[in-house]
Design a protein around this ligand. Structure first.
Ligand code: GLY
Length: 408
């Protein structure tokens, strides 16, 4: 492994400024070892993705493993699949960590299958998940200018969904009638990172303004006073005024859907990174604190914090991965005491996720168990889901870089 780091993680935690609070859990996590384990799982996935003739169909993307299945259920990369960028992104992060040229080749082939999306009418807001999680990681690992062009093209397309009367990006054009207005969802906060990046890297500079306006309008309308969010905010198409908050994937309109809250934590962390505006940092802290205050003992949320089944409710490991990755970044922006708290929480989340309770055994090629996709629709409940793995390897890559830097 390129980033292989030897030595005491207790020392690393101390250097990171969290010796008091993190030593017990950090001693249980060696991010480099976790990345080696992920590399092994990625290779197992590639074997299971081969057809009988030994070839891989690069237009089919791993999506989930449910029940006792030991193989990925795959979906076509195009046209209406929001998760197609995660598997290429995992391959790029694995390539960055392992330096394995075969993984690079696989990453290139899977990333290529996304190209045709760019030449179709914009389906919805998921272009950021599709292109920044794939081409963004690919560009980071290789500097390939084709990936930059794809990101810029996807960003221009995403920008067409921005409604200036409302001040947000329309999430689902196909659902305007169902919701009775312009619908914005918390998930879109994740897609702003691509707009910021494009604006900074030769794309249309107006994309920056769109991203900031979306974050601001969302901050003002999409949250309850306690910092928890609705999944969906509906706005009047004529006046642009906020009409109501409701849910699509959560337990109820007034409940706290864990992944929605995790998108808010990650999203506002990125908005602060890109704008350096204090109002967004304060808000990132507020939504993070609302999430942390609701966590059960093992730091992995129930799929919805308000599922009345309480401890019997399914978990959502994917939300924990998203928040752990975000907290490793956010902890660097806040005041030192808060930074210690956030790093400590991130380490506890990662310690839990990397325990036998959440990691798969040899029977499955995914990294993690126990995520929940769309509970109200009855799909992907207590399953391995590709985006949990994506944010897990991202969090471990971030942690490895921190441990590596501090050991030098
Ligand atoms: N709609 C994206 C998600 O399930 O979080």
């Amino acid at each position: 492994m390129k980033l292989k780091v030897m030595g005491s993680l207790i020392a690393a935690a101390s250097c990171l400024g969290c010796y008091q609070s993190c030593t017990t859990v950090s001693a249980e996590i060696n991010a480099q070892d976790e990345l080696v384990w992920c590399h092994d799982k990625v290779n197992k996935s590639l074997v299971t993705l081969c057809a009988d003739n030994g070839n891989i169909d690069y237009t089919m993307m791993p999506r989930n493993i449910e029940g006792n299945s030991s193989v990925w259920h795959c979906r076509p990369a195009v046209p209406e699949e929001w998760c197609s960028g995660f598997w290429p992104g995992i391959l790029w992060m694995d390539y960055a960590a392992s330096g394995d040229e075969n993984i690079r080749k696989q990453a290139e082939l899977y990333t290529s299958s996304l190209k045709s999306i760019l030449y179709k009418p914009v389906f919805d807001h998921d272009l950021g998940f599709l292109f920044f999680c794939s081409c963004g990681k690919g560009f980071e690992a290789t500097g390939n200018p084709e990936y930059k062009s794809m990101i810029i093209q996807a960003s221009d397309s995403l920008g067409t969904l921005f409604n200036p009367t409302v001040g947000t990006i329309l999430a689902w054009p196909r659902h305007i009638k169902d919701f009775g207005g312009h619908n914005t969802i918390m998930d879109t906060m994740m897609n702003l990172e691509m707009l910021f990046w494009a604006a900074r890297n030769g794309g249309n500079p107006n994309l920056y303004d769109i991203a900031v306006k979306h974050a601001e309008t969302t901050m003002n309308n999409h949250f309850r006073p306690d910092g928890t969010c609705y999944h969906v905010a509906v706005y009047d198409l004529e006046t642009g005024k906020f009409k109501r908050g409701c849910t699509h994937q959560g337990y109820s309109d007034s409940s706290v859907w864990a992944r929605g809250q995790s998108w808010a934590v990650y999203g506002y962390t990125v908005v602060y990174r890109e704008t350096k505006e204090k109002r967004f940092l304060d808000f990132a802290e507020k939504v993070t604190d609302a999430y942390l205050a609701r966590l059960p003992e093992d730091y992995i949320p129930y799929w919805d914090f308000d599922d009345p089944r309480g401890e019997a409710a399914p978990r959502d490991a994917s939300a924990a991965c998203v928040v752990a990755s975000a907290l490793l970044e956010l902890s660097n922006y806040v005041k030192p005491d808060k930074g210690i708290k956030y790093r400590d929480n991130a380490m506890k989340m990662l310690a839990s996720l990397s325990s036998d309770k959440y990691k798969t055994d040899d029977s499955k090629p995914a990294f993690l168990l126990h995520s929940t996709g769309h509970h109200p629709a009855g799909t992907e409940i207590d399953a391995s889901i590709i985006y949990a793995d994506y944010y897990y390897i991202e969090a471990m890559s971030r942690l490895a870089a921190m441990q590596n830097a501090k050991m030098k």
